[in-house]
Each structure stands twice: as C-alpha cells, then as structure tokens.
Write a protein that binds this ligand. Structure first.
Ligand SMILES: Nc1ncnc2c1ncn2[C@@H]1O[C@H](COP(=O)(O)OP(=O)(O)OP(=O)(O)O)[C@@H](O)[C@H]1O
Ligand SMILES: [Mg+2]
Length: 581
C-alpha cells in the first residue's frame, strides 16, 4: 500500500522533508527531557539545592519551547500532505470513473462507488494526515528511547525487553484479522449508503406504495450488518490493546522493582532511575501507540486496496491508440452513406442467450430522416447505445462516412451527436446551465433562441428567477413535458451533425406536442435524424420508417408503403389510429 501511496505523496517531497525534520527534532527534544528529569532529581531534590532545581527547570523550559515549535510544523505539514494527497486521489478517482463505460455502472451500484470516493478516501486521509505521522513519531521515540535506555542501564533494559517478542506475534496476527474485517465493514457501509440513496431519491414511489416499513427494515438490517462486522473488528482491536498494555506495564513494574532495589543498595542514583523510568514509559507508550495505529493503518490498507481496484478498472471502450480523424472526413463530400450498419449484432452480456440486435444492415444517407418503430423491447434504444459507442457490437460493424466507429476518436465521434434520451436527464443546477450542457460556449441569446424554438421560453420566463432558476435534483421541480422540452432545447443548442431522438415527444400534451413537433421539424431540416417513436402520427412524414421486432429489422419504407406491406406496422397503426386499415 505504501508504494502505491508514494506516487501520490511524491510531488510533495519538500513538505514531507520539512515534516520529517520537525518530526525527528521534536522526538529528540522529547527524549532529552529525560536528562532534564535526571538533573532535577539529582541536583535539585537529592542535593536539596534550590539553584540546582531552578537550573534544571529552566533547561526544561527551553526544551518544551522548542518542542512546541517543532510540533506546530510537524502537525501542519503532515496534515497538509494528508489533505492534499486525498484531494488528489479523489480527483483522480472521479476522473477515472467518469471515463468508464456506462455498463460498468449497471453492474456496480452508483451509491456504492460514491462511498469509495468519499468514505474510503476519508479513511486514507486519517492515516496519511495523522496516524502515519503519529506512528512515525512514536517509532522514533521508541528507537531513541530504547537506545538511551541501553546507554544508561543495560540490565534494566533487558528486563523491559523480555516482553517485546511476546507482543510482536499477536500484533501481526490480530493486524491481519483487522484488515480483513475492516474491508468487510467498509463494504457493508457502502451498501448501506447505496441503499439509502436509492430509496430517498425515489421517495414518492416508496411512499405511494407504502413501503416505508419495509424500506426501514431493510435499511436497519443493512446497518446492523455493518455494525456487527465493525463489532468484530473492535473486539480484535480491544484484545490487542489490552494485551499490549498488560505486557508492557507488567515489564515496567518488574523493572521498577529491580531498579528500586539498586537505588536502595546505592548502585544507582535516584535521578538515573527517574530518567530511566521516563524513557521506559516513553518507549512503552510509543509501542502501545504504534500498535493502536497499526490497526488503523490496516483499515486504511483495506480502503486503499478498494480504491486501487477501482482505479485499475479499464474502460471497456476507449479511443484507440491510432485513431483516425473524423471531423475532416465528415466535411469532405462522400458517396458513402453517412451512417451504415453492416450485419450488426449485439447481445447484452447479462442476457447471453438473447440477441438485442440481430444481423442489422442499414444505410442512412446524409440529411435523411429515419424513424425506428417497433414494440417495446425491440432493441431501438440499444441501437442508439451502439451508435454512441456506449457498447460495441459483438458482430458486424458500424461506420460513419466509411470510418468504423471503433477507429474514431471517441470524443470526436460523440460530439457529432445530440441525444434526447428516453428519460430526459437534468442536473441539479440552473435552467441556463442545463440548457448549455451540450454547448458550454453558447451565449445567452443563443440559449434563449433555442428555448424559444423548443417552446419552453415562455415557461422559463414565468419561473421566479427566470433562466437562473434552480431545477432541483434531476429536475424534480418540473413536469415531465417541461423536462422533455428542456432536453430538446439542449439538443437544438448543440447543433449536431446527427440528431438522436428517443421518444422525444412522449410526455407532451397535444398542444405542446404540436409546438415541439414544429421545433423539431425546424431542427431536423437538412440534418440527419434518427427518431424513435411509438406514436406513429409523429413520424408519418419522415423519409423512411424502419420497423423493428425482437432485435431484427423486419420492414422498411414510408408510412403509406408500410401500411400495405408490413403486417406489424399496420397492426401498430391500427391500434394507434383506432381505424381499420
Ligand atoms: N442494460 C441492459 N442489460 C440487459 N438487457 C438489456 C439492457 N438494456 C436493455 N436490455 C434488453 O434488450 C432488449 C432491447 O432493449 P431496448 O431498450 O433497446 O428496447 P426498446 O426498443 O428501446 O424498447 P422501448 O420501446 O420500451 O424503449 C430488451 O429485451 C431489454 O430487456
Ligand atoms: Mg427504448
């Protein structure tokens, strides 16, 4: 774990050196207090001299003064590094997550991953920002104190040292256990967090189905589970701490008996024994402190491991090393179809036996308007995922202007599209920010023009803060239709090469649908558009309608032709227009 962490600490070597220097100096000064005690006892008390006492105490005062200054630097620098490094790790982790393929988040709960970014990194921060320096300081005190003990009295030192091997073994044994339990406990906490997040987000559904009690129970169960694992960990640590305490203090008591006898026999001065006891207590204290921190370091190691795991998850889909330029290619006139599917099949890994798209071959010309229709689950949205390269087909190839998608720069590819998804997605910020999402550089005028085209401008102006109004998490403060019109305005603003509309007008009333349809017609003019629609009235005038069923293209043609030639299409039309065809 340390070598992994080092890459994050390395940039701050200078500060680390200052911190280490302060650490060493304060440790040395703390130890030198032992000499102050010896002087105080021998020259002050034993010699019954006031001057001796005053002299020893002033030496003491100087030591304390410099120790405090050292402590300031040590604490400040070490905490600084801890905070900084954790901020760096968080940033890097988030950056990494944002680049992962969407399917990763289908298999892993978003709330759980969130907990990695917050809880696990916080744990690391405790270790880097305090425990680590605490451990180092105590290790230094331990080594220095032990050396001084040896120098001043070998016999007494050996008595104290008898216990060391006895302590080391349980330390390692329990340490391992704690690490494992800590990982479990962090996992449990992450699950609890994910749970709470999901149910709170969908609170209306929870309450509408009166599931409060069940949700409470399930949450309580998860929380209790986390508590139980934590309890096991605490037990291990408690045993460890008590054991170390008993052994260390026992050996100090033994040493006091032997040393006290020596003083009585005149073989040792009272000051020397006092200094020795001081060192022994320091050494024992630091050993106890190290063992206590050791458990914490083990916990952090568990956290670090999980963060590392996440960081090493490679995105399934990324820009290839030798990617070909797409933009120039799109600007050149070409005889090829703009988008072409060549025998494309896709199967969701979680449903290996079911082909969501099967053997699809389709050419879409520049400027063409294509509608995808078909029953629910036919694979229409999946097709958009393939176009956007959220997934790669297992078989066949998709090309844009003859360039296979998987050879293009990913960002360049995606910037050719504007997507209006099946469920409009809004972020918890202002109307303006949400509209600008696909085109951050747009001026206020451009944003307003787009809003006007999508027939949402009037509504926005009625909001208390107009375009600066806050939309709430996921746009909860808007109606379904308003959200959809905002999503359309966002797409209009992006001015894309290819427009992808997934049921873009599903949540609109008849009147606003009419308005939006006009806006869309404006937007679609001369622009390649693929539109998924259940309501055939909205797509009757597109160039070609592609009828999908069960992942397969079953029919293709315009409205009139399909009514005659396609049984599926005419059935759909019949159901919707409520007329016999
Ligand atoms: N993430 C996923 N993992 C596994 N299977 C999926 C996933 N998403 C969709 N599917 C399955 O793939 C098939 C096609 O789904 P898709 O969302 O493309 O349908 P659709 O035509 O858009 O339907 P709708 O009109 O209801 O939106 C469905 O059978 C669906 O259950
Ligand atoms: Mg769909």
């Amino acid at each position: 774990m340390l070598s992994w962490l080092w890459q994050f600490v390395k940039p701050y070597r200078l500060r680390l050196s200052i911190a280490l220097l302060a650490l060493i100096i304060t440790a040395a000064l703390t130890l030198s207090m032992g000499q102050g005690i010896r002087l105080m006892v021998d020259q002050g008390f034993s010699a019954q001299s006031r001057e001796g006492l005053a002299c020893a105490l002033s030496l003491f005062g100087v030591i304390i003064f410099f120790t405090s200054i050292g402590a300031y630097f040590r604490f400040y620098m070490v905490s600084w590094i801890g905070e900084r490094v954790v901020a760096d790790i968080r940033i890097k982790l988030y950056e990494h997550l944002v680049g992962l393929t969407p399917s990763f988040f289908e298999d892993n709960l978003a709330g759980e991953i969130q907990s990695r970014v917050t809880t696990d990194t916080t744990l690391l921060q405790t270790v880097i920002g305090s425990s680590f320096s605490f451990a180092l300081r105590n290790s230094l005190t331990f080594i220095g104190g032990l050396s001084l003990m040896f120098i001043s009295n070998i016999k007494l030192t050996l008595i104290v040292l008898i216990v060391v091997p006895v302590i080391i073994f349980p330390l390692i044994y329990f340490g391992r256990k704690v690490k494992k339990l800590s990982r479990d406990s962090q996992d449990k906490i992450a699950t609890v967090g994910a749970w709470a997040g999901e149910s709170l987000q969908h609170i209306k559904v929870v309450q509408a189905f009166t599931r409060e009690d069940t949700v409470n129970q399930q949450f309580a169960q998860a929380a209790e589970g986390a508590f139980e694992v934590a309890l096991k960990r605490i037990q291990q640590r408690a045993i460890l701490i008590a054991l170390v305490m008993l052994l260390v203090m026992g050996s100090v008591a033994g040493m006091l008996y032997v040393g006290g006898s020596d003083v009585l026999a005149g073989k040792l001065s009272a000051g020397e024994l006092s200094a020795f006891v001081f060192y022994a207590i320091m050494v024992a204290g630091s050993l106890a402190a190290v063992t206590e921190v050791y458990g914490e370091v083990q916990r952090a190691a568990g956290a670090a491991e999980r963060i590392r795991e996440l960081l090493s998850t490679q995105p399934e889909i990324s820009t290839p090393k030798d990617s070909l330029p797409l933009k120039e290619r799109l600007n050149e006139p070409s005889s090829q179809a703009l988008v072409s599917f060549k025998d494309v099949s896709y199967t969701y890994p979680s449903r290996p036996k079911h082909k969501a798209i099967e053997g699809l071959t389709l050419d879409i010309k520049e400027g063409e308007h294509i509608a995808l229709v078909g029953p629910s689950g036919a694979g229409k949205s999946t097709l958009f995922d393939l176009l956007l390269r959220f997934r790669d087909p297992q078989q066949g190839q998709i090309q844009i202007n003859g360039l296979p998608l998987d050879q293009a720069n990913l960002q360049e590819l995606r910037s050719q599209y504007a997507l209006v998804p099946q469920q409009p997605v809004l972020f918890s910020s202002s109307v303006l920010d949400n509209l600008r999402y696909g085109c951050p550089g747009a001026t206020d005028e451009q944003v307003k023009a787009a809003a006007k085209s999508a027939h949402i401008d009037e509504f926005i102006n009625q909001l208390p803060q107009g375009y600066d109004s806050f939309l709430g998490e996921q746009g909860v403060k808007l109606s379904g239709g308003q959200k959809q019109r905002l999503a359309i305005a966002r797409a209009i603003l992006r001015d894309p090469k290819i427009l992808l509309l997934d049921e873009a007008t599903s949540a609109l009333d008849a009147q606003s649908e009419h308005h939006v349809q006009q806006a869309l017609n404006e937007l679609m003019k001369g622009r390649t558009t693929i539109i998924i629609a259940h309501r055939l009235a909205t797509v009757a005038h597109v160039d070609r309608i592609v009828v999908f069923d069960n992942g397969q293209l079953v029919d293709i043609g315009n409205h009139q032709a399909l009514l005659k030639s396609s049984p599926l299409y005419s059935r759909l039309a019949q159901l919707q227009f409520n007329v016999a065809v």
